[in-house]
Design a protein around this ligand. Structure first.
Ligand SMILES: Nc1ncnc2c1ncn2[C@@H]1O[C@H](COP(=O)(O)OP(=O)(O)OP(=O)(O)O)[C@@H](O)[C@H]1O
Length: 391
């Protein structure tokens, strides 16, 4: 969908922001640009919609050279989201979202109907439409920014650190929303961030740049984590590289054993210790309430009234990293597993999780070594659908 071919950008003051960049960004996928400050991410992004003009080389969107198109028209056909949303302060939320449709001559009624629909799409209440940007939280403003970029249903979305100015909790929510939206909309997204965890979470492909606008590696997250091209990438990925890799592996293939459960209304007096020290107490609906230590039972009452240690149950769509985390927290040495409705389906032992974590790491390393070859920065035409990723 987006192709860079030998693109170079040198500003009039002599700064080379992008150096001989050749890259293909897959249609319907999220390509994340990361790297240290000043390495040319924003310049690369802004050349796609001609907010910055390349010095040499060719950029094609949907096969068409961007320089052969009218710049204003091109910009209206590509969604653009920036940090702190960049909303017009004196226009209401609905008017902000309607901006591009109105410029495209949609007519006021249709543009506003579309804006109202998009408010819901990005998870905002209808009454927010009448507010002005300063009457919204930072996270809400970012949602409006995303709605505005989506208004004319562009096939391409450019996002420049869109979640950089919100706190970590809101940031995770916005990332979740983007992943949810992307499942529905399959836009071609170019996403700039400083944050490697955000890149791993959102990217189908990640391009890592270093100062001077040099692309160092361009690969899917698992390949990048398992097989960094050089010391710069290794340092950039950080000390928890192996753990990040586990965040990409869902738990579904890790086997479960039957759980030794007890209903919450069971009198403690009748509990046998023969089924092991730790028992998983479940609610009437079958959900996990916590771990009961049969070595420290109260003298009376029910299991539900006894002191329980927390059990953070995991679904098949959760990651091996979450499971590993729970093996540290769980007093029983087991991780409780639940189905999509939250009903207990079984347990998995700590040793089993560790063995799978180890195997997942080895498999990713072997796969990366097979596919990366000696030059993993070479442009790759990715046609694969975005990989299945843990929730
Ligand atoms: N209009 C400009 N004129 C001159 N130099 C510029 C201009 N815009 C950017 N630069 C320089 O080009 C280089 C790349 O800048 P760019 O904004 O693309 O980097 P970045 O990777 O997005 O940085 P950050 O993560 O800090 O936002 C930097 O050295 C920057 O100072």
């Amino acid at each position: 969908m987006i192709q860079f071919d030998a693109v170079h950008k040198r500003f009039p003051n002599g700064t080379t922001a992008v150096h001989d960049l050749s890259l293909e960004m897959p249609e319907g996928g999220v390509t994340v640009l990361v790297g240290s400050s000043g390495c040319g991410k924003t310049t690369t992004l802004r050349m796609v919609n001609r907010m910055v003009e390349p010095t040499s080389g060719t950029i094609r969107v949907g096969g068409k050279d961007v320089l052969a198109q009218d710049a204003a028209e091109l910009r209206r056909s590509i969604g653009y989201v920036i940090q702190q949303a960049g909303l017009f302060p004196h226009r209401t939320v609905l008017d902000n979202i309607s901006t591009v449709p109105l410029l495209l001559g949609w007519g006021r009624r249709r543009a506003r109907a579309r804006a109202a629909e998009l408010l819901e799409t990005v998870g905002l209440a209808a009454d927010m439409g009448k507010r002005y940007p300063h009457q919204l939280s930072g996270g809400q403003q970012q949602r409006v920014g995303v709605a505005r970029a989506l208004a004319a249903d562009p096939p391409v979305l450019l996002m420049d650190e869109p979640f950089g100015a919100v706190d970590p909790v809101v940031r995770t929510q916005l990332q979740d929303e983007l992943l949810r939206l992307q499942k529905e909309l399959s836009k071609t997204i170019v996403f700039v961030t400083h944050d490697i965890d955000e890149a791993v979470r959102l990217g189908d492909r990640i391009a890592i740049f270093r100062t001077g606008g040099h692309l160092v590696q361009y690969a899917p997250p698992a390949e990048l984590l398992a097989h960094p091209a050089d010391d710069f990438v290794t340092d950039f990925l950080g000390a928890e590289r192996e753990l990040k890799l586990l965040s990409l592996t869902p738990l579904k293939d890790v086997p479960q054993a039957p759980a030794a459960t007890l209903p919450a209304d069971e009198p403690v007096s009748g509990i046998s210790r023969s089924d092991g020290r730790w028992r998983l107490v479940t609610s009437a609906a079958g959900g996990p309430l916590g771990w009961l230590d049969t070595d420290a039972l109260p003298t009376s009452g029910t299991t539900g009234e006894a002191p329980l240690r927390p059990a953070r149950a995991l679904r098949d769509t959760d990651s091996l990293l979450s499971a590993l985390n729970e093996t540290i927290a769980s007093p029983s040495g087991f991780v409780a597993r639940v189905d999509a409705d939250g009903t207990v389906t079984g347990v998995t032992a700590r040793e089993e999780i560790h063995a799978h974590a180890n195997a997942a790491h080895a498999a990713a390393g072997a796969a990366a070594a097979r596919t990366a070859g000696p030059d993993s920065t070479a442009p790759v035409t990715a046609t694969a659908t975005p990989a299945e990723r843990p929730a």
